[in-house]
Every structure is written in structure tokens, then in C-alpha cells.
Write a protein that binds this ligand. Structure first.
Ligand code: AMP
Length: 177
């Protein structure tokens, strides 16, 4: 089943710039069966973990995260690029290859102590997910796990997240391919 899911992910070489192998999940989402199997596997994993909210990282984390929240019967929290959320926010800066960026969460997104499942489509260097985890911690949420469809272990993101104290789970990985 995992090989079926992996085979549905399209690799676009040299996009958005030379040297990057872009792992495109739109082909997985486009296929009803692989989309369903992906969500079903994640629902199985998390349905008994007493999750209070699913937090998805903009923008592909919204697609997976919102369906997962619906299936788990819990609310969805968007974590967005700076300047997009309308109410009071808290922000977290993180390093990019050149310079820095910021992500934000609504300050009233959940109550202190809430059990949060963090979701994105892919983990590469782990910079984005670590920043998202830190936002949740700033609001005194408990990050139950960070979950991804794809891990790129060669880029060290999972190790970085785990070192920062976040449990991490990915369905498939692309390593040395
Ligand atoms: P990072 O902060 O380096 O872990 O990057 C993670 C974010 O960048 C995720 O939201 C991914 O959607 C996107 N991303 C980074 N590298 C790739 C890649 N090779 N293919 C597809 N998406 C990527």
C-alpha cells in the first residue's frame, strides 16, 4: 500500500530551481484511491490518540490536514505565512537558504494543554515544521506528533525535529533517488 502511495507521487527534476527534485503530491491527490488510502492510514494511526486539533502548515498541509481533522472529528488550525491571518497572531521566524521567513498562528487557536497533531505534505530540512512546532509550544499546546506524507531523510529534517523533541512520522521516503 505504501509503495502504491509512493508511486503516485510525481518527481519533477530541477523545479523550482536547478538541482531540486520536487516531490509533487498533486498526482497522489488527483487519484481517488491513493488520496483515500493516504488519509485512511493517517486516520488509523491517530484515531485513538485523543487529538484535540489538527494544525496544518500552508499550503499543502491544509489539504491533508483539513481532511484528517474532519475524519478525526476535531477542529483544524491553519499555520500561515506572515500577514495572512486576520486576528491576533503569534509569529515564529525561521531560517531559509538565504535570509529568514515568518509563520503565524492565531493566538486563540486552541486552549493551553490541547493535544495537537501537526501536518504538512513533506519534510525536507525541517525548518518549517520546527518553527510550526515552536508556535504551538508558545501557545502551550502539546505537539503529539508531526506527520508528513513524504520524508526526504538526506536533508535531515526528521532528525532535526526529533532532536528538538518532536515525535515525527512519515508515510514514505525518498532517499538517494
Ligand atoms: P523544510 O522547511 O526544508 O522542511 O521544507 C518543507 C516545506 O517545503 C514543505 O512545506 C514542502 O512542501 C516544501 N518542500 C521542500 N522541499 C521540497 C521538495 N523537494 N519537494 C516538494 N516540496 C518541498
Amino acid at each position: 500500500m505504501l509503495q502504491f502511495i509512493k508511486d503516485k507521487i510525481r518527481t519533477v527534476p530541477n523545479w523550482p530551481k536547478p538541482g531540486i527534485m520536487f516531490r509533487d503530491i498533486t498526482t497522489l491527490l488527483n487519484d481517488a484511491e491513493s488520496f483515500k488510502q493516504t488519509i485512511d492510514l493517517l486516520v488509523e494511526r491517530y484515531k485513538n490518540m485523543a487529538i484535540d486539533k489538527v494544525a496544518g502548515i500552508e499550503s499543502r498541509g491544509f489539504i491533508i490536514g483539513s481532511v484528517l481533522a474532519y475524519k478525526l472529528g476535531v477542529g483544524f488550525v491553519p499555520i500561515r505565512k506572515k500577514g495572512k491571518l486576520p486576528a491576533d497572531v503569534i509569529s515564529q521566524e525561521y531560517a531559509l537558504e538565504y535570509g529568514t521567513d515568518k509563520i503565524e498562528i492565531h493566538a486563540d487557536a486552541f486552549l493551553p494543554g490541547a493535544k495537537i497533531l501537526l501536518v504538512d505534505d513533506l519534510i525536507a530540512t525541517g525548518g518549517t515544521a520546527t518553527a510550526a512546532g515552536n508556535l504551538i509550544k508558545k501557545l502551550h499546546g502539546d505537539v503529539v506528533e508531526s506527520c508528513f506524507i513524504v520524508d526526504l531523510p538526506d536533508l535531515g529534517g526528521t532528525k532535526k525535529l526529533e532532536t528538538a523533541g518532536y515525535k515525527t512520522f512519515s508515510l514514505v521516503e525518498f532517499s538517494g533517488e
